[in-house]
Design a protein. Structure first.
Lengths: 518, 335
């Protein structure tokens, strides 16, 4: 994996002409400024890494270049000329191809049919000429040096092979800018090397690659230039040779948190939840940790590190392949969410509108939902009793709603979050798992949620808080678990944690050479 | 980019013993083998089943469902569904019948009118679904009701007799080559070949399957997906119209209530033939074999003396088995 500097120089061409320039790009989404005056310069012959934390604006910038979003400010210059890219097809025609994390392929069609969809060669005035279609596809695949039969159904290919099909499609458009979003996320070490070989071959004096990734080792190996974004703003852009991995991380995390906001150390309490060797087929490998009574245990990590997956496997929402869970000292067999609820474990999904709430029903109905049996009177639901319970929670959690009869859709994000919480409290859950508790909640309401979490912990509830915001993790958590690639890469007391060491652990991808033994 | 190097990448995740290019062929063969086994079974139970008389009857009876199933295959390929074929057949046959009987127009006008009426139904369905973004199930259910009522209104609540339209009966019932081999069956054969070519060798079928596989990816690839979706419904509607012509020609009358439940047979035929209701996978040949299979079951059970009511129960079970086999073939996973 390590490349000596001599080899690097041999494979890297000199920086060429500017292919693409983004000038002062701004993009605003409701409530969020995703990009603010971001500059980005892509030169021919470069593999250009775009780095940043979750939500730094990498994907938004690439989507603007790919024609999926329109910028609210600033301009794009292609080959020096101001250009508007209004849709993905136009981006293709301008020579810009994007390999998204989620492939845009038609599983039931063959490789060749996928590559040339919309551009099928025809004979006899209308019939598709599959012979020449397959031949042209074969030619592209040969150029890539990948042994794929163009007649194979795409759905039957491995993830790596599907990615090659996407790259072949990009080549077929004669693209000179190839944008890759986390291209190695699902590849094995050997496949990564194949991909790198193809990227190196693609990079010529007329072409360039934008490489979005969290994997620092890979960035050091393959990239010539590194641009870092933070909170939607341009931070720095430097030749890769001039930056160490620690420098990049420093640029990515940047800000410092005032000491006063960090929690005071707490006395060690007894564990209420002990997770041992939790694994799933898709991602998790041997995840073990304990949650102590009255603490907030923060889960940090990058997107796709396996934090949500851990929570879902833990509460039985996804099947696990191995692992034991002990709750309150007893072995808990949790196969489905109902088991977890019975054990007093409540999971508050990051997507509350989809998984946490019934938007078309009242505050009362939502709070009572998981506890209906206790509101029965002669076998019928006792509305008065439910409303009374709801009013109790509305008061205790300070939910801002004109009445408990209010339909949930009309509440703000922060108050919706409180209603989900009330639902689990009503069900007597003592272990609460918050997945991104402040996502989509405005700044003022955030503080309220933070205070609420602290109060819950002080009152003896034990809390797991999954968060992608480093600042949030640092100011809320008594202890911090860091995950990467489906594994736990570190557990530490808050006092020992810094943005930098969390980010280092969060980007600690497996050493590819030792992967087979893992 | 001229370097060729054998990579160490694992290409195919789900390996199988069947080579890629024969895969579809083998799956089609399975359906055909099932049909043959059924025929052998019924012949064994009642030798009269295998008589030419019975077989020609069976084929004729399959025609309407087979033609509707062919059209439906294009819609299902896109991941949609169309409940219009049954009552659409009734309505279009009434329209064609009135053109010929009440207005006294020539047969070709009636035929064309029926087919175009069907295509128009499809155009409306497709527009509601692809552009207005209605759910296919709801839009076509509503259209089914409209057809049901419209057929009755147009026909004045009674059957339109076409006995006096000279030569109309021959469209379906003529026997130009072999005694017992009706025109309707030959027309089905011809349409199946054309539809098969359109599905497999033109962009019409290719885009329909692409939309059914992954509509967003197809759209991003620069395909005008709504337009091709509408076309699938228009094709389905036109085939519905053709089924209306053949049905009314066979009976020498257009019955505004005859068609109830036929859409279910057509859907069943497509599913038995290996078309996936999730979209992306479709077989015209399979739809025809599926229709013949359904008719074989009805016919065979009738020959064996099984009551009509029970035949529907058996058909329901057959459809469940076909779907189950489909799930097993995919290894229980979504494609």
């Amino acid at each position: 994996m390590t490349v000596t500097s001599l080899e690097v120089d041999a494979t890297r061409s000199k920086a060429g002409d500017v292919l693409l320039e983004a000038r002062r790009i701004t993009k605003v989404f409701p409530g969020v400024k995703a990009l603010e005056n971001v500059d980005f310069v892509l030169r021919a012959g470069q593999v250009h890494a775009l780095c940043g934390e979750n939500g730094a604006g990498k994907s938004t910038l690439m989507k603007i270049i790919a024609g999926l979003y329109q910028p609210d400010g600033g301009e794009l210059l292609l080959g020096g000329k101001p250009t508007t890219i209004s849709n993905p097809l136009q981006a293709h025609q301008l020579g810009i191809s994007v390999i998204h994390q989620e492939f845009f392929l038609m599983n039931h069609l063959s490789v060749a049919q996928n590559i040339f969809i919309g551009r099928e060669p025809k004979v006899f005035g209308g019939l598709t000429d599959d012979r020449s279609l397959n031949a042209k596809a074969q030619e592209l695949l040969d150029r890539l040096g990948v042994p794929i039969d163009p007649r194979t159904q795409v759905g039957r290919l491995s993830v790596a092979a599907q990615q090659m099909v996407e790259i072949a499609k990009a080549l077929s458009f004669d693209s000179h800018i190839l944008i890759m979003d986390e291209p190695t996320a699902a590849l094995t070490a050997a496949e990564v090397q194949t991909l790198f070989r193809i990227i190196r071959n693609f990079r010529t004096e007329k072409t360039a690659v934008v490489y979005i990734s969290h994997r620092m080792e890979e960035i050091k190996e393959i990239c010539d230039q590194i641009t870092v974004l933070r909170d939607g703003q341009f931070v720095d852009s430097k030749p890769a040779a001039e930056l160490e991995i620690s420098d990049v991380i420093q640029l990515m995390v940047g800000r410092k948190l005032q000491a006063g906001l960090r929690p005071e150390p707490k006395a060690k309490t007894e564990p209420v939840l002990e997770v041992e060797g939790l694994s799933t087929a898709a991602l998790l490998k041997n995840v073990s940790f304990e949650l102590r009574k009255g603490e907030i245990l923060g889960f940090a990590g990058l997107m796709g590190a396996g934090r949500t997956e851990t929570a879902r496997a833990l509460v039985g929402a996804d099947p696990k392949t191995a692992g034991t869970v002990k709750a309150f000292g007893k072995v808990a067999n949790i196969d489905k969410p109902a088991d977890a609820v019975r054990m007093g474990i409540g999971y508050l999904s990051e997507d509350r509108k989809r998984f946490g709430l019934i938007l078309g029903q009242s505050v009362t109905a939502n709070i009572a939902l998981t506890s209906l049996p206790r509101f029965l009177k002669f076998g019928l639901l006792d509305d008065a009793k439910m409303a009374e319970a709801a009013r109790r929670h509305v008061q205790a959690l300070d939910i801002k709603t004109p009445s408990v009869r209010q339909i949930l859709r009309n509440l703000s994000g922060g108050n919706m979050q409180k209603v989900v919480l009330a639902k689990w409290l009503e069900r007597d859950c003592d272990i609460l798992i918050f997945d991104e508790p402040t996502r989509g909640i405005d700044v003022g309401a955030k503080q309220e949620i933070y205070d609420l979490l602290k109060r819950l912990a002080d009152s003896g509830k034990s809390i797991i808080m999954i968060s992608s915001e480093l600042e949030e993790v640092l100011r809320m958590s008594d202890r911090i678990v860091v995950m990467c690639d489906g594994r736990i890469t570190g557990v530490m007391e808050n006092a020992a944690a810094t943005s930098e060491n969390i980010m280092e652990l969060a980007t600690q991808f497996r050493n590819p050479e030792s992967e087979e033994s893992a | 980019m001229t370097q060729v190097q054998v990579s160490n990448m694992e290409v195919v995740e789900k390996k199988g013993i069947i080579p890629e290019r024969y895969r579809g062929f083998i799956q089609q063969g399975m359906v055909l083998i099932t049909l043959v086994l059924l025929a052998v079974f019924f012949s064994f139970m009642r030798p009269s089943f295998i008589s030419w008389d019975n077989i020609s009857q069976l084929l004729l009876a399959s025609v309407v469902t087979a033609i509707q199933a062919i059209g439906l295959t294009f819609v299902i390929a896109t991941g949609g569904i169309d409940l219009t074929p049954g009552m659409g057949m009734a309505a279009t046959s009434v329209i064609a019948g009135l053109l010929m009987s009440s207005f006294g127009l020539p047969i070709w006008v009636g035929v064309l009118g029926g087919v175009l009426a069907g295509a128009l139904l499809g155009l409306i369905n497709g527009t509601l679904i692809a552009y207005v973004k209605m759910q296919p199930m709801i839009a076509t259910l509503a259209m089914m009701m409209v057809c049901w009522g419209a057929g009755l209104v147009l026909a004045g609540g009674k059957t339109v007799s076409l006995r006096d339209v000279g030569g109309y009966n021959a469209i379906a019932m003529g026997e130009p080559f072999i005694p017992g081999l009706k025109n309707a069956v030959l027309i089905l054969l011809l349409l199946a070949i054309i539809a098969g070519v359109v599905m497999n060798k033109t962009v019409v079928g290719r885009y329909a399957l692409a939309i059914g596989s992954n509509k967003e990816a197809t759209r991003i690839s620069g395909i005008n997906t709504p337009r091709w979706e509408v076309l699938a419904y228009v094709i389905c509607g036109a085939f519905t119209g053709i089924s209306g012509i053949l049905m009314s020609s066979r009976l020498s009358s257009a019955n505004p209530t005859l068609g109830q439940g036929y859409e279910m047979y057509a859907i069943a035929a497509a599913v038995i033939g290996g078309t996936s209701l999730r979209g992306g996978r479709a077989s015209v040949f399979g739809a025809v074999i599926g229709a013949v299979t359904i008719q074989t079951i009805f016919n065979g059970l009738t020959v064996m003396g099984v009551q009509d009511q029970w035949q529907k129960v058996v058909l329901g079970i057959v459809v469940l088995v076909a779907v189950f086999v489909d799930i097993m073939r995919r290894g229980g996973k979504e494609e």
